[in-house]
Ligand binder design. Structure first.
Ligand code: SF4
Length: 255
Protein backbone atom coordinates (compact mmCIF):
# COMPACT_ATOMS: atom_id res chain seq x y z
CA UNK A 1 0.00 0.00 0.00
CA UNK A 2 1.67 3.22 -1.14
CA UNK A 3 0.51 6.81 -0.72
CA UNK A 4 0.21 8.86 -3.89
CA UNK A 5 -0.17 12.22 -2.17
CA UNK A 6 1.93 14.44 0.08
CA UNK A 7 -1.00 15.00 2.45
CA UNK A 8 -3.47 12.14 2.70
CA UNK A 9 -6.63 11.32 4.61
CA UNK A 10 -7.87 11.98 7.17
CA UNK A 11 -7.95 8.24 7.83
CA UNK A 12 -8.98 6.35 10.94
CA UNK A 13 -5.87 5.17 12.75
CA UNK A 14 -6.02 2.32 15.28
CA UNK A 15 -3.65 4.27 17.50
CA UNK A 16 -4.25 7.96 16.79
CA UNK A 17 -7.94 8.40 15.94
CA UNK A 18 -8.78 10.66 12.98
CA UNK A 19 -5.37 11.17 11.46
CA UNK A 20 -4.30 13.50 8.66
CA UNK A 21 -1.17 11.99 7.14
CA UNK A 22 1.93 13.76 5.84
CA UNK A 23 4.14 11.82 3.47
CA UNK A 24 7.63 13.35 3.15
CA UNK A 25 8.78 10.44 1.04
CA UNK A 26 8.31 10.03 -2.70
CA UNK A 27 4.68 9.74 -3.78
CA UNK A 28 4.14 6.27 -5.19
CA UNK A 29 7.53 4.89 -4.10
CA UNK A 30 8.96 3.69 -0.82
CA UNK A 31 12.10 5.20 0.73
CA UNK A 32 13.30 3.73 4.01
CA UNK A 33 16.53 2.67 5.69
CA UNK A 34 14.72 -0.37 7.13
CA UNK A 35 13.05 -3.07 5.06
CA UNK A 36 10.70 -4.56 7.65
CA UNK A 37 9.28 -7.97 6.80
CA UNK A 38 5.83 -6.64 7.79
CA UNK A 39 6.01 -3.21 6.06
CA UNK A 40 2.63 -2.17 4.67
CA UNK A 41 4.46 -0.28 1.91
CA UNK A 42 6.04 -3.55 0.67
CA UNK A 43 9.73 -4.26 0.07
CA UNK A 44 12.29 -1.59 -0.79
CA UNK A 45 13.16 -1.70 -4.45
CA UNK A 46 16.52 -1.12 -6.10
CA UNK A 47 17.26 2.57 -6.60
CA UNK A 48 14.77 3.71 -3.93
CA UNK A 49 17.51 5.74 -2.27
CA UNK A 50 17.81 7.92 -5.38
CA UNK A 51 14.17 8.95 -5.36
CA UNK A 52 13.66 12.45 -4.04
CA UNK A 53 11.91 13.64 -0.94
CA UNK A 54 8.95 15.99 -1.24
CA UNK A 55 10.11 19.61 -1.13
CA UNK A 56 9.54 21.60 2.04
CA UNK A 57 7.41 24.21 0.26
CA UNK A 58 5.28 21.60 -1.48
CA UNK A 59 4.62 19.94 1.90
CA UNK A 60 3.74 23.28 3.50
CA UNK A 61 1.39 24.29 0.68
CA UNK A 62 -0.36 20.91 0.53
CA UNK A 63 -0.86 20.86 4.30
CA UNK A 64 -2.17 24.42 4.41
CA UNK A 65 -4.64 23.75 1.61
CA UNK A 66 -5.95 20.59 3.30
CA UNK A 67 -6.19 22.15 6.77
CA UNK A 68 -8.06 25.15 5.34
CA UNK A 69 -10.63 22.90 3.67
CA UNK A 70 -11.04 20.77 6.83
CA UNK A 71 -11.51 23.94 8.87
CA UNK A 72 -14.19 25.16 6.44
CA UNK A 73 -16.05 21.85 6.94
CA UNK A 74 -15.35 21.91 10.71
CA UNK A 75 -13.79 18.46 10.40
CA UNK A 76 -10.74 18.67 12.59
CA UNK A 77 -8.25 15.80 12.80
CA UNK A 78 -7.17 14.32 16.14
CA UNK A 79 -3.65 14.04 14.83
CA UNK A 80 -1.48 15.40 12.03
CA UNK A 81 0.79 12.44 11.50
CA UNK A 82 4.10 12.08 9.67
CA UNK A 83 4.10 8.59 8.21
CA UNK A 84 3.73 7.66 4.53
CA UNK A 85 6.00 5.74 2.20
CA UNK A 86 9.00 5.23 4.47
CA UNK A 87 10.97 6.93 7.21
CA UNK A 88 10.04 10.63 7.62
CA UNK A 89 13.06 11.67 9.71
CA UNK A 90 15.37 10.85 6.77
CA UNK A 91 14.13 14.04 5.08
CA UNK A 92 17.03 16.54 5.13
CA UNK A 93 14.66 19.37 6.15
CA UNK A 94 12.64 17.34 8.63
CA UNK A 95 13.24 19.82 11.48
CA UNK A 96 12.14 22.81 9.38
CA UNK A 97 9.05 20.96 8.14
CA UNK A 98 8.12 20.18 11.75
CA UNK A 99 8.30 23.93 12.49
CA UNK A 100 6.05 24.69 9.48
CA UNK A 101 3.60 22.01 10.63
CA UNK A 102 3.42 23.35 14.17
CA UNK A 103 2.65 26.86 12.82
CA UNK A 104 -0.07 25.53 10.49
CA UNK A 105 -1.58 23.32 13.20
CA UNK A 106 -1.72 26.32 15.56
CA UNK A 107 -3.47 28.38 12.88
CA UNK A 108 -6.02 25.92 11.51
CA UNK A 109 -6.47 23.00 13.95
CA UNK A 110 -5.05 24.01 17.33
CA UNK A 111 -6.44 20.98 19.14
CA UNK A 112 -4.81 18.45 16.81
CA UNK A 113 -1.75 16.62 18.10
CA UNK A 114 1.30 16.33 15.89
CA UNK A 115 2.65 12.79 15.71
CA UNK A 116 5.63 11.20 14.01
CA UNK A 117 5.84 7.48 13.33
CA UNK A 118 9.54 6.77 13.11
CA UNK A 119 11.90 3.79 13.12
CA UNK A 120 14.22 5.81 15.42
CA UNK A 121 17.28 5.35 13.23
CA UNK A 122 17.94 9.08 12.83
CA UNK A 123 17.69 10.06 16.48
CA UNK A 124 21.46 10.26 16.79
CA UNK A 125 21.09 13.61 14.99
CA UNK A 126 20.62 16.52 17.39
CA UNK A 127 18.25 18.41 15.08
CA UNK A 128 16.02 15.34 14.66
CA UNK A 129 15.79 14.83 18.44
CA UNK A 130 15.09 18.56 18.91
CA UNK A 131 12.29 18.45 16.33
CA UNK A 132 10.77 15.30 17.85
CA UNK A 133 10.81 16.93 21.27
CA UNK A 134 8.74 19.85 19.92
CA UNK A 135 5.83 17.68 18.84
CA UNK A 136 3.15 15.90 20.89
CA UNK A 137 3.76 12.27 19.97
CA UNK A 138 7.21 11.05 19.00
CA UNK A 139 6.34 7.40 18.34
CA UNK A 140 9.57 5.44 18.02
CA UNK A 141 9.96 1.82 16.98
CA UNK A 142 11.81 -0.93 18.80
CA UNK A 143 10.67 -4.34 17.60
CA UNK A 144 12.77 -6.48 19.93
CA UNK A 145 15.06 -6.14 22.93
CA UNK A 146 17.41 -8.61 21.21
CA UNK A 147 19.58 -7.22 18.42
CA UNK A 148 19.52 -10.33 16.20
CA UNK A 149 15.73 -10.49 16.31
CA UNK A 150 15.35 -6.78 15.57
CA UNK A 151 17.62 -7.23 12.54
CA UNK A 152 15.63 -10.23 11.31
CA UNK A 153 12.34 -8.34 11.62
CA UNK A 154 13.40 -4.85 10.49
CA UNK A 155 16.20 -5.70 8.00
CA UNK A 156 18.11 -2.42 8.54
CA UNK A 157 20.07 -1.29 5.49
CA UNK A 158 23.13 -0.34 7.60
CA UNK A 159 24.88 -1.38 10.83
CA UNK A 160 22.22 -1.43 13.56
CA UNK A 161 22.61 -1.67 17.30
CA UNK A 162 19.65 -1.63 19.64
CA UNK A 163 22.01 -0.68 22.49
CA UNK A 164 22.78 2.55 20.64
CA UNK A 165 19.12 3.16 19.79
CA UNK A 166 18.14 2.62 23.44
CA UNK A 167 20.87 5.06 24.50
CA UNK A 168 19.51 7.73 22.14
CA UNK A 169 15.93 7.03 23.25
CA UNK A 170 17.00 7.78 26.81
CA UNK A 171 17.63 11.37 25.67
CA UNK A 172 13.84 11.80 25.38
CA UNK A 173 13.52 11.50 29.16
CA UNK A 174 10.03 9.97 29.32
CA UNK A 175 8.66 12.09 26.48
CA UNK A 176 8.58 9.51 23.70
CA UNK A 177 6.11 6.76 22.91
CA UNK A 178 7.60 3.35 22.26
CA UNK A 179 5.97 1.24 19.58
CA UNK A 180 6.55 -2.46 19.03
CA UNK A 181 5.18 -4.80 16.38
CA UNK A 182 4.65 -8.34 17.67
CA UNK A 183 4.50 -11.17 15.18
CA UNK A 184 5.65 -14.68 14.48
CA UNK A 185 6.42 -16.59 11.31
CA UNK A 186 9.11 -17.78 8.97
CA UNK A 187 11.22 -15.68 6.66
CA UNK A 188 14.05 -17.01 4.48
CA UNK A 189 14.04 -20.30 6.39
CA UNK A 190 14.32 -18.66 9.82
CA UNK A 191 11.55 -18.86 12.40
CA UNK A 192 10.92 -15.51 14.10
CA UNK A 193 8.80 -15.00 17.21
CA UNK A 194 9.27 -11.86 19.30
CA UNK A 195 6.66 -12.99 21.85
CA UNK A 196 8.62 -15.80 23.56
CA UNK A 197 9.47 -15.55 27.26
CA UNK A 198 13.11 -14.72 26.41
CA UNK A 199 12.01 -12.04 23.98
CA UNK A 200 9.52 -10.44 26.35
CA UNK A 201 12.08 -10.42 29.17
CA UNK A 202 14.55 -8.62 26.90
CA UNK A 203 11.82 -6.23 25.68
CA UNK A 204 10.82 -5.41 29.27
CA UNK A 205 14.50 -4.70 30.08
CA UNK A 206 14.61 -2.31 27.11
CA UNK A 207 11.34 -0.66 28.20
CA UNK A 208 12.77 -0.04 31.66
CA UNK A 209 15.94 1.48 30.25
CA UNK A 210 13.99 3.76 27.90
CA UNK A 211 11.20 4.59 30.35
CA UNK A 212 8.78 5.84 27.68
CA UNK A 213 5.79 8.06 28.40
CA UNK A 214 3.56 5.45 26.81
CA UNK A 215 3.84 2.18 24.89
CA UNK A 216 1.89 1.17 21.79
CA UNK A 217 1.93 -2.47 20.83
CA UNK A 218 0.32 -3.87 17.75
CA UNK A 219 0.35 -6.75 15.34
CA UNK A 220 -0.11 -7.36 11.65
CA UNK A 221 -3.25 -5.80 10.23
CA UNK A 222 -2.81 -6.02 6.46
CA UNK A 223 -0.99 -8.09 3.88
CA UNK A 224 2.77 -8.23 4.51
CA UNK A 225 5.65 -8.47 2.02
CA UNK A 226 6.94 -11.63 3.75
CA UNK A 227 4.14 -14.08 3.09
CA UNK A 228 4.52 -16.50 6.02
CA UNK A 229 3.83 -14.23 9.00
CA UNK A 230 1.08 -14.58 11.57
CA UNK A 231 -0.82 -12.13 13.75
CA UNK A 232 -0.58 -12.35 17.51
CA UNK A 233 -3.97 -12.90 19.08
CA UNK A 234 -5.54 -10.32 21.39
CA UNK A 235 -5.07 -12.40 24.56
CA UNK A 236 -1.34 -12.74 23.97
CA UNK A 237 -0.99 -9.01 23.20
CA UNK A 238 -2.85 -8.20 26.42
CA UNK A 239 -0.53 -10.52 28.39
CA UNK A 240 2.49 -8.67 27.00
CA UNK A 241 0.85 -5.31 27.75
CA UNK A 242 0.08 -6.40 31.31
CA UNK A 243 3.75 -7.20 31.95
CA UNK A 244 4.56 -3.54 31.21
CA UNK A 245 1.43 -2.20 32.95
CA UNK A 246 2.48 -3.96 36.17
CA UNK A 247 5.64 -1.85 36.06
CA UNK A 248 3.55 1.32 35.84
CA UNK A 249 3.64 1.95 32.09
CA UNK A 250 0.62 3.09 30.12
CA UNK A 251 0.15 0.60 27.29
CA UNK A 252 -2.16 0.87 24.32
CA UNK A 253 -2.90 -2.34 22.43
CA UNK A 254 -4.02 -1.99 18.81
CA UNK A 255 -5.66 -5.26 17.82
S1 SF4 B 1 10.39 1.41 9.23
FE1 SF4 B 1 8.27 1.64 8.61
S2 SF4 B 1 8.36 2.33 6.45
FE2 SF4 B 1 10.39 1.54 7.01
S3 SF4 B 1 10.35 -0.58 6.30
FE3 SF4 B 1 9.74 -0.57 8.48
S4 SF4 B 1 7.52 -0.45 8.47
FE4 SF4 B 1 8.22 0.11 6.43
Amino acid sequence: MLFNEIVFGPIHSRRLGVSLGINLLPTGNKLCNFNCIYCECGWNTKGDDKKRFNLRNDVKNALEEKLKSLQAEEKYPDSITFSGNGEPTMHPEFAEIVDDTIALRNKYAPLAKISVLSNATMIAKANVIAALLKIDNAILKLDSGINETAILIDKPQFGYSIDKIIEYMQAFKNRMILQTMFLRGTYEGKYIDNTTETEINAWIDAVQKISPREIMIYTIDRETPASDLQKINSDDLEKIANRARKLGYKVQVAK
